[in-house]
Design a protein around this ligand. Structure first.
Ligand code: CP
Ligand code: NVA
Length: 325
């Protein structure tokens, strides 16, 4: 082929594929797209479990940019992309020009000319939004200070696997009003379930985020000062670390403030008998959760971690190829 004939081709996305879509927040996809993705994730998981090859992304590359630590996000995206037939490039702030002040816009322009998908774990949501604005290819949020949509997608998939539809159910969020909590509220608004939320004073959900511009309806959640009251009759009890990445300087103060927000067997006892326990991990036993709970019969945390890979495979396939069935 004459090299001149490929000048100006905008991206490596195949003809007929949908326009570039990013996944920066849970509210970036519609309820019907989630219906498809959850169904597709079950199909992709079943293939994986039966050693059946599923490789729609041969020759495609995922660039993963980590500005914070990770175990699950790294392994699930990396293993998942290889299983789909593609490959990955792993970048961190320390070993790329990102850490040497190359503008994010320039990094986005360059990386998205060589990779077909970009996953970013970073600090402020505005950073991933700026990257997406200048990216030719889909950008996926692998956690920001504000949101963690891939985790909530996995959590909802896990709930459905164990208990059926989540619509109409009640999720109790116990602990920090953080990125996970914000994303639960977006999901509740979109998928029609409720969140009972209990945080210590001073660690409430950010009111600016818990509002309609962020896809969160006030009807989707109720706040409780008592964590026990929030757990009452819940279908799912979930929590997270008391100190998220980037807030380590507050660790000691937070340990005092959060002492009554450790998920205990007493809290699980007031939830529905069939209630599940989830934690995005990594967990600190005897801080945000008692060992009896996370290692107990209601906990589904290992399925939850594994399901990150299956739902993200469905997500990557969808962002590049659109709906396939
Ligand atoms: N839950 C989660 O995102 O884990 P990692 O920080 O290990 O990626
Ligand atoms: N809220 C935690 C989640 C870790 C997966 C954090 O942001 O560090």
């Amino acid at each position: 082929m004459n090299p001149a004939s490929v000048v100006g081709i905008p991206s490596t996305i195949p003809k007929g594929a949908p326009p570039v879509r990013h996944y920066l927040q849970f509210s970036d996809l519609s309820a019907s797209e989630y219906q498809y993705l959850l169904r597709r994730a079950a199909f992709i998981k079943a293939k994986f479990k039966t050693f059946t090859r599923h490789q729609p992304l041969v020759d495609r590359t995922l660039a993963m940019i980590f500005e914070k630590a990770s175990t699950r996000t790294r392994v699930s995206f990396e293993a998942g992309m290889y299983q789909l037939g593609g490959s990955v490039v792993h970048l961190t702030t320390g070993d790329s020009q990102l850490g040497r002040a190359e503008p994010i816009e320039d990094s986005a322009r360059v990386i998205s000319r060589m990779a077909d998908l970009v996953m970013i774990r970073t600090f402020e949501q505005t950073k991933i939004e700026r990257f997406a604005e200048f990216s030719r290819v889909p950008v996926i949020n692998g956690l920001t200070n504000e949101f963690h949509p891939c985790q909530i997608l996995a959590d909802i998939f896990t709930y459905i696997e164990h208990r059926g539809p989540i619509a109409g159910k009640t999720v109790a969020w116990i602990g920090d009003g953080n990125n996970m909590a914000n994303t639960w509220l977006q999901a509740a608004t979109l998928l029609n379930f409720k969140v009972n939320i209990s945080t210590p004073q001073g660690y409430e959900i950010n009111e600016k985020i818990a509002s309609s511009p962020y896809g969160i309806s006030a009807d989707s959640y109720q706040t409780y000062s008592s964590p026990q009251a929030a757990c009452k009759a819940a279908d799912l009890v979930t929590t997270d670390v008391w100190t998220s990445m980037g807030f380590e300087a507050e660790n000691e103060v937070r340990k005092q403030a959060f002492a009554a927000w450790r998920v205990s067997t007493d809290m699980m006892a007031v939830a529905k008998p069939q209630a599940l326990f989830m934690h995005c991990l990594p967990a600190h036993r005897s801080e945000e959760v008692d060992a009896d709970v996370i290692d107990g019969p209601q906990s589904v945390v290992w399925d939850e971690a594994e399901n990150r890979m299956h739902v993200q495979k469905a997500l990557m396939e969808y962002l590049l190829l659109g709906q396939l069935d």
